[in-house]
Design a binder for this molecule. Structure first.
Ligand code: BGP
Length: 480
């Protein structure tokens, strides 16, 4: 049947834009290893062997998987070659702050640390892969945490400013896409990993926590301003941990509980995109006796808003006003389990349609380009021998997960949402942030390393490697 004009055109639009940025994402502290090489100082990740909820040690201990990671620091050339083979257009990584300023408060940067990222970005650019760089991804220099109490201290703004000026100056010709803080809203839940706040979470007052948030928001706006001045063709994004929140029942009180939970997350994007504190937060501060100390010029600085909105997406949750309902596991925020969804082996509930919903929600709210900078399935993989005699993983479950999510991205594009790109989380296996395990694997590339520290560190292509390569080659045409 011939479609009437108009409808045919609409159907034709059901595809990813020509310049869609396909790629993968990692974070320095989860893959680089080399935790004390070439002048690097310790970061807060070097003393959390159990992951973000585990106990903190006074110094790095051998059981910490992140100290070696997947040895990306020494093997990045081999890894980027594999990313290029898949056709990546973009590679998201972070700069380990303590490689550049080992103590965070140093006057002079560490040249060897700067050189490493020069080499890494050159290697990406050699293959036409654009770096997308997170300035701070859960890796505050340990000294800033212990000595200053991390972002609870206003002084961190100055140290961060020195760090961003240094890296913008050094990489301004190589890096045009920047993210100021990874999952900035996670600081409300994990103040140590996310904000380097050393005070025990249970002892930390809401006053100090929201003051720390204010410092991060000011620092983010300042970095955005500096980037725009120093690298006029750069684009700066905020980065939000997104998790759609559904009411557990249609009871209006459950809907209000959803609204309150959403506000706690939206607050961050609202300030970073709209440039001012929203009314619902002012009310929350008023009613909870919180008084944010603003320095002169802070409000003006906050008006330096981001160019795009990036976010991670793994799962959705439900919310309810009923305190008796048990909360389930999840990516940092957590919530009440949804009876309609299944879950990963780590209890994260799988919800591809939630991604379309999230994209629409962000776009309705902000009307800014969106970038999905994390999405993927953490699973236990079994190494087998492939048809070519090489070790591989038959990870059809991962292919299914990503296919289903990308179909929903395409739906959102059809809804009119402006989506810049998609970087699959942990495109090469790496150490998990929440549990510090290597057996929770996300990659298209298998890394031979086990949680007892054994393994050759060799890299093997999984089945999903070939699949993702085809997705990129066809610009999403093979998704079903
Ligand atoms: C996000 C973090 C990442 C990453 C991912 C998966 O919250 O930004 O660093 O690790 O979640 O989480 P996990 O590693 O705990 O499976």
């Amino acid at each position: 049947m011939k479609l009437p004009k108009g409808i045919g055109e609409l159907a034709m639009n059901m595809r990813f834009p020509e310049n869609f940025l396909w790629g993968g994402a990692v974070a320095a502290n989860q893959c680089e290893g080399a935790y004390d090489e070439d002048g690097k100082g310790w970061s807060i990740q070097d003393v959390t062997p159990g992951g973000i909820r585990g106990p903190i040690t006074v110094q790095p201990t051998p059981d910490n998987m992140k100290l070696v990671g997947i040895d990306f620091y020494h093997r990045y050339k081999e890894d980027i070659k594999l990313f290029a083979e898949m056709g990546f257009k973009v590679f998201r990584t972070s700069i380990a702050w303590s490689r550049i300023f080992p103590n965070g408060d140093d006057e002079i940067p560490n040249e060897k640390g700067l050189q490493f990222y020069d080499d890494l970005f050159d290697e990406c650019l050699k293959y036409g892969i654009q770096p997308l760089v997170t300035i701070s991804h859960y890796e505050t220099p340990l000294n800033l945490s212990v000595k200053y109490n991390g972002w609870a201290n206003r002084k961190l703004i100055g140290f961060y400013e020195r760090y961003v000026r240094t890296i913008f100056e050094r990489y301004k010709d190589k890096v045009k896409l920047w993210l100021t803080f990874n999952e900035i809203n996670s600081v409300l839940h994990e103040p140590f990993s996310s904000g380097g706040i050393y005070t025990d979470k249970k002892q930390l007052s809401n006053q100090d926590l929201y003051q720390a948030v204010h410092h991060e928001l000011v620092a983010s706006a300042l970095a955005t301003k500096i980037a725009h001045e120093m690298i006029p063709d750069a684009k700066v994004g905020c980065m939000i941990l997104s998790m759609p929140i559904y009411p557990l029942t249609p009871a209006p009180d459950d809907v209000m509980a959803v609204m309150a939970a959403e506000h706690k997350n939206d607050f961050f994007g609202d300030v970073q995109v709209r440039g001012r504190y929203p009314g619902y937060m002012k009310r929350y501060f008023r009613e909870n006796g919180i008084e944010i100390q603003m320095a002169e010029g802070d409000e003006e600085l906050l008006k330096n808003t981001v160019d795009f909105v990036s976010f991670s997406y793994y799962m959705s949750v439900c919310e309810t006003a009923d305190p008796a309902k048990e909360r389930g596991p999840g990516n940092i925020l957590g919530g009440v389990p949804n009876p309609y969804l299944s879950a990963s082996a780590w209890g994260w509930q799988i919800d591809p349609k939630g991604l379309r919903y999230t994209l629409n929600r962000f776009y309705d709210r902000y009307q800014k380009p969106l970038f999905i900078v994390e999405n993927g399935l953490g699973a236990v993989d079994q190494l087998v021998t492939g048809a070519d005699g090489q070790p591989t993983v038959e990870d059809d479950y991962r292919i299914q997960y990503m296919n289903d999510h990308l179909v929903q991205v395409r739906e959102a594009i059809e809804d009119g949402v402006d989506v810049m790109g998609y970087t699959a989380w942990g495109c090469i296996d790496l150490v998990s942030a929440s549990t510090a395990e290597l057996k929770k694997r996300y990659g298209f590339i298998y890394v031979d390393r086990n949680d007892d520290g054994t393994g050759s560190l060799k890299r093997y292509r999984k089945k999903s490697f070939g699949w993702y390569k085809e997705v990129i080659r066809t610009n999403g045409e093979i998704l079903k």
